[in-house]
Design a binder for this molecule. Structure first.
Ligand code: PLP
Length: 425
């Protein structure tokens, strides 16, 4: 077999289908964010765009904690004290006071007994689900059709039987749960906020179903932690059911602005995962400075209701404006606003035009990140985006969508000044 030919052909097919990706090299300087430098030379040699101040509209650094002065100070302080790498797996010299303190903070944050840090939330999902499904023989899994790749991968790798239910459709889920014996081990895997659709989940209804059918629950709160619930502690906490979810998964990498992921739950269950999960056991632990900075970031996020309110108010404002000008979007009532275009080519064109003409960076999202024919521009808002920025984005979108509307500066603000009806946090 000619291996290289095989790889080339596969790539060619992928390119011809329009799904090939180029990564945009960016520099998100602290002092100018959300303005961002983009190195176009190393991207595609496109001389039509110079290295310029571009406004970024697709970051997951939701609270901009990666730029927070206190968080940076804490990270630098710990690096100066103990160096950079941890020097080992958690079992072999890689556990520090910073890891322990972070796990204890995370457990408290989620109102649970225990927490366990992983090198990413992807790894946490994949390896925890793999372990659970392997160890609980004959388990039947129920997974939302829009679940993240890391959840799907964990279930698939384990070889467990899996029923896929329609997105956020509890009656479909119940109809599937009903088919199985009450005593058969079952696991419901779902997210509290779907990152590509921006849809929120009524977590307590899943808890009720799980109890009724004797199932475990695994909840991914990756896009919700820091932004929803009491002190940003997630949507399970918002519904008062944190304690009733068997495993909560979260990330340190989005609203908390660092890197790493975790699970939280009952102490026996977390100890079980700690003891049997290869993706936790056999890898070097996160940098002590990252653990310390993450803890600091969570502490600050807990006290940042004003930032959460600001983001949600701006998201409402943007939804109003999009409705007004007639740009289709998924109305998920969250801080993530996906503009559905359905075609990967069209989405790429829109994104390029926004970048070249209006200095706006929104990454086009298409297969395999989302199902084929559901391509989209996924917009996220941070506290550093202003209402003027939103107006500029809407005007620019109107132009690339070829919508003829004369939108004056701040034209939507009055209509949303008293927006209190959507209280999502
Ligand atoms: C729903 C969901 N879960 C898990 C992850 C993985 O998180 P991390 O970036 O910490 O690996 C992502 C990443 O974007 C995600 O969207």
């Amino acid at each position: 077999m000619n291996y290289i030919d095989f790889f080339k052909n596969e790539l060619l097919k992928f390119k011809n289908d329009g799904f090939y990706r180029k990564f945009l090299p960016i520099k998100r300087s602290r002092d100018i964010f959300p303005l961002t430098k983009i190195n176009f030379d190393s991207f595609n040699n496109d001389k039509n765009i110079s290295d310029n101040d571009i406004k970024i509209w697709c970051t997951n650094d939701y609270l901009n904690m990666s730029h927070n002065e206190q968080v940076i100070d804490r990270m630098v302080e710990v690096i100066r004290e103990v160096g950079t790498g941890s020097g080992g797996t958690r079992n072999i010299s890689g556990t520090t006071q910073y890891h322990i303190e972070l796990e204890s903070k995370l457990a408290k944050f989620h109102n649970r007994e225990s927490a366990l840090i992983f090198n990413s939330a992807y790894l946490a999902n994949q390896s925890t689900l793999w372990t659970l499904c392997k160890k609980l023989k004959d388990i039947q899994v129920f997974s939302d059709e829009l679940n993240h790749a890391s959840l799907i991968q964990g279930i698939k790798n384990s070889g467990a039987e899996c029923e896929v239910f329609k997105h956020n459709d509890l009656s479909h889920l119940e109809s599937l749960l009903k088919k199985y014996d009450h005593d058969k081990p079952k696991l419901i895997v779902f997210e509290s906020l779907y990152s590509m659709d921006g849809t929120l989940t009524n977590v307590s209804e899943y808890v009720d179903l799980a109890k009724k059918y004797n199932a475990l629950t695994y909840l991914d709160e990756v896009h919700a932690v820091g932004l929803y619930g009491d002190q940003g502690s997630g949507i399970a906490n918002k519904y008062g059911v944190s304690n009733e979810i068997d495993i909560i998964n979260g990330t340190l990498a989005k609203a908390f602005g660092q890197i790493g992921g975790y699970i939280a739950g009952n102490k026996e269950l977390i100890d079980f995962i700690r003891s049997f999960t290869p993706g936790f056991i056999f890898t070097t632990s996160i940098m002590p400075s990252v653990a310390a900075a993450s803890k600091k970031s969570i502490e600050i996020a807990e006290q940042s209701d004003f930032l959460r309110k600001d983001i949600h108010k701006k998201a409402n404002y943007m939804r109003k404006a999009l409705t007004e000008v007639g740009i289709p979007f998924i109305n998920g009532q969250s801080h993530i606003i996906p503009l559905i275009t359905n075609s990967a080519d069209k989405t790429r064109l829109y994104s390029e035009e926004l970048l070249k003409k209006y200095k706006i960076y929104v990454q086009p999202i298409f297969y395999p990140t989302v199902p084929k024919d559901t391509a989209r521009l996924r917009i996220t808002i941070t506290p550093k985006h202003t209402y003027q920025d939103i107006d500029h984005l809407i005007r620019s979108l109107c132009s690339v969508y070829n919508i003829k509307r004369n939108i004056s500066h701040n034209s939507f603000i009055e209509k949303t000044e008293n927006l209190t009806s959507v209280n999502v946090i």
